[in-house]
Each structure stands twice: as C-alpha cells, then as structure tokens.
Design a protein. Structure first.
Ligand SMILES: [Zn+2]
Length: 724
C-alpha cells in the first residue's frame, strides 16, 4: 500500500463547559492517540490537532448555572481538560481554542467564501422567542417533552434520555429555560447550508467509494441519513456568544455561526496555529490530496463529520477525510454514561484517585488506557465495570505483562550476572525457534490491525506476545536449570538462551506497547537502559535490540495490584453521586463531600442487581429444539406510524430478508440500529401488528433499569448463522 505524504489526525473538539468523562476518552481521544503514536514511531509526517469547542449554547448555559460569564467558564475548563488529557498521555501536537482570534478569522472567512459563491441560502422563519428576556431562543434554551420517548426535560436539539436529535418544533409543551415562560414564535432570517443539493455527491463518496473500507456502523448511519432525505441546515443562530457574522453581511447583526458550522473549522484553525508555532506550512494538510485526514469521533458525531463537514470542505476546496473511525458508546456499570444524571467517571476523578503520585503514578494512566482499549466500543456499545477494570489490571497487566518482564530481569540478575547473556544458536530447540518466530511476526500483526483502526485487536496481539513469553519461560524453567549447573554441562548455556530470548522479547514489548501504554514503554526503556530511540517502529521484530554483555538495571514492578477495596469505593462513590432525575446538578462535583450532599437531596440510583424472578418450569430438550434461533442483521428500520412503541425492521437472515415488527421504538432510534446483529426467533407464527405482518421475534435482554439490549454475537458473523 502506498503511504500518503502526510497525516492530519483530528479528535472531536470537547465542549469546554465541564469536565470530560472516560466515555469521551474511549470514544475519540484514546484511539486517536494510539494511532498517532504508531504513526510517529513509523516516522511518518503526522499532526494531531484538537482543542476546546468554546461556542454553542452549552457554554452560556453552564455560565448561568455557575453564576458567572461564558468567558469565565471557558477560561476555567479549557486548561483543566487540557491537563487531564496530558495526564492520561494524550499527545496532541496542539490543543487549541475556538475562542482564539485565529479561529474567529478562519471561521468567518469560511462562511464568507461559501456565502459569496452562492453555496448558502437564506430563509426567513418563525422561531421561538422569549418575550421577557427579549431574545430568540437557541435550541438548548428550550426544554419540553421528547416526542420519541416521553422524557420531560428534553432539549430543543436533542433528548438526553433517548439520544434522538430534535428540533425545537418537535418538543411537546416547550418552555424557555431563561424565564420559565412558554415562548412565542417570531420571524427571523438565517443562512442555511442546502445539504439536499449534495445528496448525489455524498452517496457516491460514502456508499460507493468508502462503503467497504469504513466501519459498517458509520456507513449504515450515513446511508440512513441520506436515504431519509437531507434538508437545508441552519448555519447561523440568534445568539450573542460565538463567531459573529462578518460586518458586511446584510441582516447579519446579532447573529453568530451555528456551533456545528464553526466547531469543525476549529480543526483548520488549530492546524494554522500549530504551523505558526512550529514554522511549518499548514496549507498542504488541508489542500493537498496526498494528505490522509482521519477524524476520530464518537457515534453521536457521525452526521457532522461524514455529512455536513465534508460538504463544507468540498465547497471550500479542501480535502475530504480518508476515514472516520467512529466508536459506539461505552456504558458504565450497567447504564448509559450521563453528565446530567452524574452517572460517569470523569478523567479528573480517575487522575485524582489513581494517577496522583501517592496513588500509583503514571503507570495507572496506562492501566486505564489498557482497559478502555480492551473494551473499545469499535463495532458495538461496550461497558466499563470496575470489576472488569480490576481484572484487566490484575490478571493481564500485573500477572502477564508486568510479571513476565519482572521475572526476566530478576532471573538475569540472579543467573547471568546482571548482563544480557549470549545466544548459543547450536542449542536452540523447537520451542526457542517458535518463540523467536512469534517475536518476529508480532510486528506485522500489530501493524496491520493498527492500519485498519482495530485498536482492540492490536492491543490483544501485544499482550499475547507477553503471554507467549510467560509460557515460554514457564516451560524452560531456568530456575530448575540453575540447580543442575554441576550435573548438566549445558545448563548455563540453556539458561542464557532462555533469558536472551526473554530480554529481546521484553525490548520488543516496549516498542509494540508504546502506542497503547506509553508510560510503561518508557519505563521498560529505563530498566533496559536504552534510549527512547529504540521505540522506532522499524526496530520491532528484531532479535538484536539488546547487545550481549550489556548490563541492565535492577527490576522494578511495572504495575501495582488494584485492591478489592478500591473497586468497592469507586462503585459506592458512583452510586452515591448519581442523580436520576432533573434538575441537573448545578456544580460539577469532584469530591465525596459534595457528592454526598447531592445524594441527600435527590433520589439515588437503586443498587439492586438484576432480575430476581424465579426460573420458569423445567422443559425437556425437545421442547427447546423446536425453536429456530438465527442471527440476523438489521438492514433497515423505521417507525410505525401512530404506534409509539413499534419499529418496522428488515432483517437479513442470509437466505432471505424478512419484516419483523418489534416493540423497541422507545429504546432505539432507527438510525442507530441499522447494521446491528440480533438473535431472531425465525419459526414463530406470523402476526399482524398495525396492519404489518411480522415474521418472527427479536430476542432482547432487559437490565435492572428497564433498558433493553440486543442479544448478539461478539463479532459480526454471517447472517443466518444458527444459535443453539
Ligand atoms: Zn427522548
């Protein structure tokens, strides 16, 4: 595969309206960082840009909550978020701000360029207006009942309960959050990006050109947006916070760019600022076709990065993204992570509890990175549990990875005078050769997976190499050989061979783990007394990383055990802080005292575990065998008219596509489930629901909170595969 000349990697700009949680980290920043660290180790020309999104109504709303100004809010959160990312090893080349003059200039110029070319249209429309505060209401300033799920505090742009994107007109019983009054409609003029003009371009670019190399979840969501018909989308708002329209725009006074028009342009302005800081030229990164532009985002951002921003880039003469490896969501302890319900683990909290030097130091940043990557929601939603976190640390990082390296160093000091022993080729046996081969092949394996954005599998290969090392040492038993030194003349040479191979494997682990566990890789370099240069990717697979006779440092433990008590404390802390109804907590709580105070005044999430219902009466195997269960792939989904709870689904069962009506509309938005695999009862007698014949049933699991989950195979498999 031909390498592009340069890479531009972006990670979604986080809103500077509060602290960010690990769901954000796992969704965009961590996979982006792994990819970038790999590219840097490959010596490729790469720039990693990100920054705070400091516009949009979320900022002034947070200011109202905290009793301060919008400027004070962004000045407070921007540096904390930047520091949090830094503490977790996210290695941006620049972490910029959309409040900067260079961004205002860039976004304003972008708007003017499109407006002058006739690529924008204007429309007058009636919008909600708060008579008491004499201002038009941005979507976030309107609350009401969600038409999709009935949640009573949905915002005018999105329902936080079911995740559906909304427009204020769709809300039932809208209320202004500024005054609490019912808003009135008033005429106002706005600029729109006519997305409907670009349907053919998008269909060709996404479905035809990238239908096979982008994640199916991403393509599926785009396809369902395009198939649903694209509408002109407003790029301006009546608001006093944001990038003001240029002065020479007629009727532009009092209006700012809509945040989703201005925020992605933040990637461009960040690149410009980076170029200024480093004396480079920013233009080729956005204009030369030989640049690979990759957007790392969460699935809630797909429409903006795959549909809206590409149309803007295309019109403006910029390059288009090569890939948008969006992740699904990561849940936490059985529920969706949510800032409003305070069901989350903030990066800041994790840093305080685990990474502060007295609690474990930077190695614990790697533990979090490791677990989040091991459960990365690359093809479907995943779940963070504290028990899983503890297991990943204790039984993989401590017992396999750390233990192997520690034993190799301890034994080398004990049995080889603290120096890298020589390799006696004539004595190598089959197991030695197999282990050397595994080391040599690991580079290719990890590399291919990283190039395909399969970070979870790539990391698995790295830990697997450590596992191979452990098993190798266990079979070779150099400590037993040490007892035979007098009786067996070859014993010392066999010990040398074993430890030589183990030490070269250790050096390889430093290189391969570096994108995932950068703090650990550095620590291994320290123990091996080698410079960071060894971490260059081209060195991976080599059996000559450490010279014979070279003396190494005394071993130090790479990872510490996570105790049961720490896990119990975290779970209790999470439950105590949780709020399960509006109003939203007014301050961000980062310590126990405040969290406890909140728990006193609001209902606390229940701690009861799952279903306690008794088991149904016993059946014989033949009864069970009558049920035909197969895996199906949802290829289309739509709401059933006048039926709040029903979705009409088209299921690909391999041998045929059939219609199934399912009562899951309150739980899933149609666009979100296309491409998902489910388990289907195929031989259930057909049944008519709302005039539609349903041919089968989808199996669902319900958790303690009443949330439904599909029952599906761990990885995508052929539709029609039997389940038994
Ligand atoms: Zn809803």
């Amino acid at each position: 595969m031909k390498q592009p000349k340069r890479y531009l990697i972006t990670a979604a700009l986080p809103y500077a309206n509060g602290l960010k949680h690990i769901g954000h980290l796992a969704g965009a920043y961590l996979p982006a960082d792994i990819y970038v660290r790999y590219l840097r180790a490959q010596k490729r020309d790469v720039v990693f840009v990100c920054g705070s999104d400091e516009h949009g109504t979320a900022i002034p709303i947070q200011a109202t909550k905290e009793g301060t100004t919008a400027q004070a809010i962004i000045d407070k959160y921007h540096p904390i978020i930047e520091q949090n990312f830094n503490d977790l090893g996210i290695s941006f080349d620049i972490y910029h701000r959309t409040s900067s003059p260079i961004h205002h200039e860039t976004a304003s110029e972008f708007f003017t360029a499109l407006n002058n070319k006739g690529d924008l249209i204007t429309k007058e429309s009636e919008q909600y207006y708060d008579e008491q505060s004499q201002s038009f209401l941005a979507d976030r300033y309107i609350k009401g009942t969600c038409p999709n799920c009935g949640f009573q505090a949905a915002y005018g742009d999105q329902c936080e309960s079911c995740g559906k994107s909304l427009s204020p007109d769709e809300l039932i019983n809208p209320v202004s959050t500024l005054s609490g009054n019912t808003p009135v409609k008033k005429l106002t003029k706005h600029w729109y990006l006519p997305l409907d003009r670009h349907e053919d371009f998008l269909r060709k670019w996404i479905i035809e050109e990238h239908g096979n190399d982008w994640r199916s979840t991403v393509v599926g969501q785009c396809k369902s947006w395009i198939d649903g018909g694209l509408q002109p989308r407003a790029v301006t708002r009546d608001l006093d916070w944001g990038v003001a329209l240029p002065n020479d725009v007629e009727d532009g006074k009092g209006k700012v760019l809509y945040v989703w028009f201005d925020a992605p342009i933040g990637y461009i302005s960040a690149t410009k600022q980076w170029a200024l800081n480093t004396g480079k030229d920013w233009k080729p990164y956005w204009e030369d076709q030989d640049t690979k532009l990759i957007h790392f985002i969460g699935k809630d951002n797909i429409v903006f990065h795959c549909i809206i921003f590409p149309v803007m880039l295309q019109l403006h003469g910029n390059i288009l993204p090569t890939n948008v490896p969006a992740n699904e969501f990561m849940n936490l302890e059985g529920d969706k992570m949510s800032t409003s319900r305070n069901w989350k683990l903030e990066m800041e909290d994790y840093i305080n509890d685990f990474i502060k030097p007295e609690n474990g130091g930077s190695q614990l940043a790697d533990t979090l990175r490791y677990y989040l990557t091991a459960i990365a929601p690359e093809s479907k939603d995943s779940e963070f549990t504290w028990k899983g976190f503890q297991d990943a640390n204790n039984s993989e990082l401590v017992s396999i990875f750390g233990n192997f390296i520690n034993r190799a160093l301890v034994l080398m000091h004990k049995l080889c005078n603290g120096k890298v022993p020589p390799l006696h080729n004539e004595l190598l046996d089959e197991l030695d050769h197999a282990t050397i081969e595994a080391i040599q092949q690991s580079k290719q394996k990890v590399e291919q997976l990283l190039e395909d954005y399969k970070f979870r599998d790539a990391q698995f290969e790295v830990i697997n190499l450590a596992r191979i090392g452990n098993q190798y040492m266990q079979k070779k038993e150099p400590w037993i050989l040490a007892k035979q030194l007098e009786s067996n003349p070859a014993a010392q040479q066999l010990i040398n061979n074993c430890l030589h191979i183990c030490l070269q494997l250790t050096a390889n682990l430093a290189i391969l783990s570096n994108p995932f566990l950068p703090f650990t890789a550095k620590k291994i370099c320290y123990l091996l007394k080698v410079v960071d240069k060894i971490l260059d990717w081209e060195n991976a697979g080599s059996m000559k990383l450490l010279s014979v006779g070279y003396s190494l440092r005394a071993p130090e433990l790479l990872f510490r055990k996570i105790e049961d008590e720490e896990i119990t404390n975290q779970i209790e802390k999470l439950k105590a802080a949780a709020v399960n109804k509006e109003p939203i907590v007014t301050t961000i709580n980062t310590n126990n005292t405040q969290s406890a105070a909140i728990a006193d005044t609001t209902s606390v999430a229940t701690t009861e575990s799952t279903d306690k219902s008794p088991v149904k009466p016993e059946i014989v195997f033949d009864d069970f065998a009558k049920i035909d269960l197969k895996v199906g792939t949802i290829v289309a989904a739509e709401k059933v008219e006048k039926a709040d709870k029903l979705l009409k689904l088209q299921l690909d069962l391999g041998f045929e596509t059939r219609t199934i009506v399912s009562g899951i509309a309150m739980h899933f938005a149609p666009a979100d489930i296309v491409g998902k695999q489910v388990t289907v009862v195929c031989n259930l007698a057909p049944r008519k629901m709302r005039g539609i014949e349903s041919n089968g049933m989808i199996l669902m699991a319900e958790d303690a909170n009443g949330k439904l989950h599909f029952i599906n195979p761990e990885d995508q498999i052929n539709p029609g595969s039997g389940v038994s």
